[in-house]
Design a protein around this ligand. Structure first.
Ligand SMILES: C[S@@+](CC[C@H](N)C(=O)[O-])C[C@H]1O[C@@H](n2cnc3c(N)ncnc32)[C@H](O)[C@@H]1O
Length: 325
């Protein structure tokens, strides 16, 4: 495990997210994306002596950075937020708190999606086309396939689908063909610089102010880290963990993520009739959508990363006893 914890990250929508999240000073909160702990530290500042915060991150460097927080109310776990329910249950049973099988109610779950500035800025992580380095792109560097390994073995149609679906890239076909042609000529793409140059050659038009490799790099990162699947699983886990009145706060950075969050909250904010049993009482509302916040002009001027951020907040409803969820 790489334990070097360098770099800083300016948290996006910090005040808004923490205000929306923390409704009970002595509550139990989850930060699913610790990063460098900007949001986590602000949550701890708002919590009282009995409050607790458990944070997760897939990235061992983020987990190492969390060692700087010396606070008995805080715990960090090296795990994906998709696994938060199992992780919390394991922690609570380990502490002997789960004798009756019930989990401590969670009062708020925060997900600040995507990559952190240290991940982008550290060339060795292979996330950025601005530096030449091995094409890695894994958030969890302890497991899984790197982007270079994926491009060296995947089927052309698969590569094209990833670049088209997760990068919304018009030139996904030519890019995938170029990747495979290069591989078949005996020099598979191994570095960020090689991929950026190959994409620049295959993308025939230019978007103002945008490097032609932006969409392909985003697509590969989403695929390598299974980001959209993790988001779906994390949202569902959060819903099951939240106590009535508990808050779900999600900050997303591109339309694919925001669409998933928006659709999830909308679906759980409606009475759903079971089509197989239309006479049965509808499944009750599990969430109330509380709204959407975008960064203000001051934050946008100070932090370019905030440009595409959207924060959505929802509150877990109280479901009457005996009603199926
Ligand atoms: C935008 S940064 C979070 C920044 C953080 N809120 C702060 O203030 O420093 C996103 C972090 O989430 C982590 N991450 C992304 N997907 C994850 C997942 N499925 N499970 C756990 N951590 C994840 C990344 O490794 C990264 O450190």
């Amino acid at each position: 495990m790489n334990s070097v914890a360098t770099g800083s990250h300016t948290p996006v929508l910090l005040t808004e997210a923490v205000q929306a999240l923390v409704t009970q000073p002595d509550g139990f909160y989850v930060d699913g994306t610790f990063g460098r702990g900007g949001h986590a530290r602000a949550v701890l500042q708002r919590l009282g002596p009995q409050g607790r915060l458990v944070a997760f991150d897939k990235d061992p460097q983020a987990v190492a950075a969390a060692a700087a927080i010396d606070d008995p109310r805080f715990t960090i776990r090296h795990a994906g937020f998709a696994d938060m329910a199992a992780e919390l249950s394991g922690m609570q049973s380990g502490m002997g708190a789960d004798q009756g099988g019930a989990m401590a109610p969670v009062h708020g779950v925060l997900l600040d999606l995507g990559v952190s500035s240290p991940q982008i800025d550290d060339a060795a992580r292979g996330f950025s086309f601005r530096h030449d380095a091995p094409l890695d792109m894994r958030m969890d560097t302890t497991r899984g396939e790197t982007a270079a390994e994926y491009l060296a073995r995947a089927d052309m149609r698969d590569i094209e689908g990833v670049i088209r679906d997760f990068g919304e890239e018009r030139f996904a076909g030519p890019i995938a063909r170029a990747v495979v042609a290069r591989r078949e000529s005996g020099s598979a793409v191994r570095s960020t610089g090689e991929l950026a140059a190959l994409v620049a050659g295959a993308v025939k038009t230019r978007e103002p102010g945008k490097d032609p490799a932006t969409r392909t790099f985003q697509a590969l990162r989403i695929h390598i880290n299974a980001e959209l699947e993790a988001l779906q699983q994390g949202l569902r886990a959060a819903l099951l963990l939240l106590a009535p009145g508990g808050r779900l706060v999600v900050i997303s950075f591109h339309s694919l993520e925001d669409r998933i969050v928006k659709t999830f909250i909308a679906a759980e904010s409606r009475d759903v009739v079971d089509r197989r049993a239309p006479m049965a009482p509808p499944r009750p509302l599990l969430l109330h959508a509380l709204g959407r916040i975008k960064p203000g002009a001051g934050e946008l001027a100070a932090n370019p990363r905030a440009r595409s951020a959207v924060l959505r907040v929802a509150e877990r409803t109280a479901v009457p006893a005996g009603v199926r969820q």
